[in-house]
Ligand binder design. Structure first.
Ligand SMILES: *Cc1c(COP(=O)(O)O)cnc(C)c1O
Length: 470
């Protein structure tokens, strides 16, 4: 399988290349040149598979440059009960007798769904770099969960260094402690004086400097990395089969969304033939995506207009993976996508409402929802009281969106993107009690912190990286 860029470049190489390079040279995102689909009969064969076997079946069409035995070994050492605290890896639980389900994605090392893709990334990086005798310096941006998931995934990986940017003072104390307590030579925490979008823009700016990127072997683990998107498609299949529906019956999914990586993976699963009905893109007060699905206008917000909310991992004004979605909506037209992103780059809205593309958006099954802090607290309270189930604020955004769009007879699977222990202040505010914390994280805020603070300035950042790497 060859990869192409959403902005038209046609020769990005095969899986291992796009794994290691992040953004395409033309500034676009890597996409497979086509998306293979399972026939209904082939889907039935996937039903009984274990998580690692299913992951192999779903990912294999996109990876033709790792031998079968090696890929199977990578997947079976990634998706273990030891790492994810469940033999099913992503267990599905029903809320009472309702048609609402919670897909548990947050039982991994950092307690957020990002572990599922990131643990794979850690293993496949180590393998690929070993094959090529190369090293990689990962430059990432996090509003909280990406950073800790990436750092836990890269711990002890000899061929990988991590430079992780986070918005200074804007993460929860627990998230901050998860990252900053790590004292490992290959993990460098950089607190940027700015918001998450500033961090993300810095990563893009560094990547736009081809010479620097080449000299310092810069790679990405952000949700723009194709391997992450692909790895996330697997749990949609797993959840669908766990519902035990008759062949071909539809299931809807509701997905707490920020950078659009998780819900895009659901769309990928749908294009691969999984009977997915609606995909609800749940947002918080930062409602760029909700606005798009309601009006057809995609109007990104500058960093200064991104509000800090109680579901902070969704505080995003510009959703990177959305470019992949619109690219697919055009039927893979890189020229069209390029011209849209020129508008986005200039801060102007892209307006689809009266174009033929809008019909494709409608047909795609994606819908938007928006919720507020008060609704989040109310949802946490209701789900706790009604079903005895404590959910985190991001999952609450998703559950509320799921309830809004529920259809009779169609199960609604709500993705649990973090454990409530990660966001205990909001849980405390909603329920006046603490969320239980896994023993390994008790008292973590008291551990010494390892990080540097840098201004929101790309030259300073480049200088820092260059000096660190000698
Ligand atoms: C990252 C994250 C999200 C948003 O996921 P995207 O793939 O960026 O849309 C939602 N909830 C939590 C808890 C997260 O960590």
């Amino acid at each position: 399988m060859k990869y192409v860029s959403t902005r038209g470049a046609s020769n990005l190489g095969h899986f291992s290349e796009v794994l290691l390079t992040g953004l395409a040279p033309d500034g676009g995102l890597a996409m497979p040149e086509r998306i293979p689909a399972f026939s209904p009969a082939e889907l039935e064969e996937l039903r009984p598979l274990s998580y690692p076997e299913l992951a192999y079946a779903v990912m294999r069409p996109f990876i033709d440059d790792i031998p079968e035995a090696d890929l199977r070994r990578i997947l079976s050492s990634t998706y273990t009960e030891a790492a994810f605290h469940s033999p099913e890896i992503t267990p599905l639980t029903r809320l009472g007798n309702s048609e609402l389900y919670v897909l548990e994605l947050s039982n991994g090392p950092s307690l957020a769904f990002k572990d599922i893709a990131m643990q794979f990334l850690g293993q496949v990086f180590e393998y690929t770099l070993g094959q090529r005798d190369q090293h990689l310096n990962i430059l990432g941006a996090t509003s909280g969960d990406t950073g800790s998931a990436a750092e836990y995934a890269m711990l002890g990986k000899a061929r990988v260094n991590v430079f992780m940017l986070s918005p200074h003072g804007r993460m929860s104390p627990f998230q901050q402690a998860q990252m900053f307590s790590l004292n490992e030579p290959n993990i460098v925490n950089i607190a940027i004086e700015g918001v998450f979008d500033d961090c993300q823009d810095l990563v893009k700016e560094v990547n736009a400097d081809a010479q620097f990127k080449h000299n310092y072997h810069i790679g990405a683990v952000n949700s723009i990395n194709w391997a992450r998107v692909m790895a996330q498609a697997v749990y949609y299949f797993k959840a669908y089969f766990a519902l035990g529906l008759p062949a071909g019956a539809l299931a809807d999914f509701s997905v707490p969304s920020g950078n659009f990586g998780n819900v895009f993976a659901g769309y990928l699963a749908k294009l691969m033939g999984l009977p997915v009905g609606k995909l609800i893109v749940a947002s918080n007060e930062n409602d760029v995506l909700h606005e798009f699905f309601a009006t057809g206008n995609y109007h990104v917000r500058p960093a200064a207009q991104v509000t800090q909310t109680s579901s902070p991992s969704m505080d995003i004004g510009k959703a990177s993976n959305f470019e992949r979605y619109l690219y697919l909506i055009t039927g893979g037209d890189g020229t069209q996508t390029l011209s849209w992103w020129a508008e986005v780059g200039a801060g102007r809205p892209v307006k689809l409402a009266s174009s033929a593309h809008w019909d494709s958006v409608k047909a795609s099954g994606l819908l938007g929802s928006r919720s507020t802090h008060a609704e989040r607290l109310d949802t946490i309270r209701r789900i706790d009281a009604q079903f005895g189930r404590l959910i985190d604020p991001h999952t609450a955004d998703g559950v509320l969106a799921g309830e809004r769009f529920q259809r009779p007879g169609v199960p609604m699977v709500c993705l649990e993107t973090a454990l409530p222990a990660k966001f205990e202040e909001t849980v405390q505010e909603a329920l006046h009690r603490r969320a239980e914390r896994p023993a390994r994280f008790v008292g973590i805020e008291q551990a010494p912190k390892h990080f540097v603070v840098l201004p929101n300035d790309v030259q300073t950042l480049k200088g820092f990286i260059a000096q660190k790497l000698g």
